[in-house]
Design a binder for this molecule. Structure first.
Ligand SMILES: [Zn+2]
Ligand SMILES: [Zn+2]
Length: 182
């Protein structure tokens, strides 16, 4: 019988898992075929990453999965509609992860608006302003796409990281933690 994976190569063994005929090249020390080996490796990797995310979830406040669907919806909509993020921030039960997402959504919106207005001011300056025009035109579509992407991520319970804003929040959180340690 030929090897299942190599045509015209005679088989020397049978896979322990799936009973496919395998040749000397395909066979390994544990009598597994290449596809069963791959399967095993992928399962091990999936288990390892599950463990990793599980460990991170318990430490970091960023995981949003345990937050109720209503709050997550509010936070998700806070990216395209910033007043909702302000509303989430004012809610009575503010988990650290909720607060973080709400502040992040607000910072994302005000940062975009600030960038828009400063580029708008720059665009009024002769010559120098010419380079600001294409950037100015790009801000709104970028903001729109980013806010939709962030909204979907939050809705799915994923932690969202906004460039610059998240780093600033990390720093702030680290400082509060250091202060509360004393
Ligand atoms: Zn097999
Ligand atoms: Zn083979």
């Amino acid at each position: 019988m030929d090897c299942y994976f190599h045509s015209a190569v005679p088989s020397v063994a049978v896979c322990r898992h799936c009973s496919k005929a395998i040749c000397a090249t395909c066979r390994d020390g544990r009598d597994l075929c290449p596809s069963c080996r791959l399967d095993e490796r992928m399962k091990a990797r999936a288990a390892a990453s599950r463990e990793l995310t599980g460990a991170r979830r318990t430490i970091e406040p960023g995981a949003l999965a345990p937050i109720s669907a209503e709050t997550r919806g509010l936070l998700a909509l806070g990216y395209p509609l910033w007043p909702l993020a302000a509303l989430a921030l004012l809610g009575p039960r503010r988990a650290p992860a909720v607060q973080r997402q709400a502040v992040q959504a607000l910072a994302f919106n005000f940062g975009s608006a600030g960038l828009y207005f400063s580029l708008g001011a720059l665009a009024n300056i002769p010559l120098l302003g010419l380079s600001a025009f294409p950037l100015l035109a790009m801000i709104v579509p970028i903001w729109l796409v980013a806010s939709v992407v962030y909204a979907f991520k939050v809705w799915n319970g994923d932690d969202v990281r906004v460039p610059l804003v998240s780093d600033w929040l990390d720093e702030r959180e680290a400082k509060t933690r250091a202060n509360s340690a004393y």
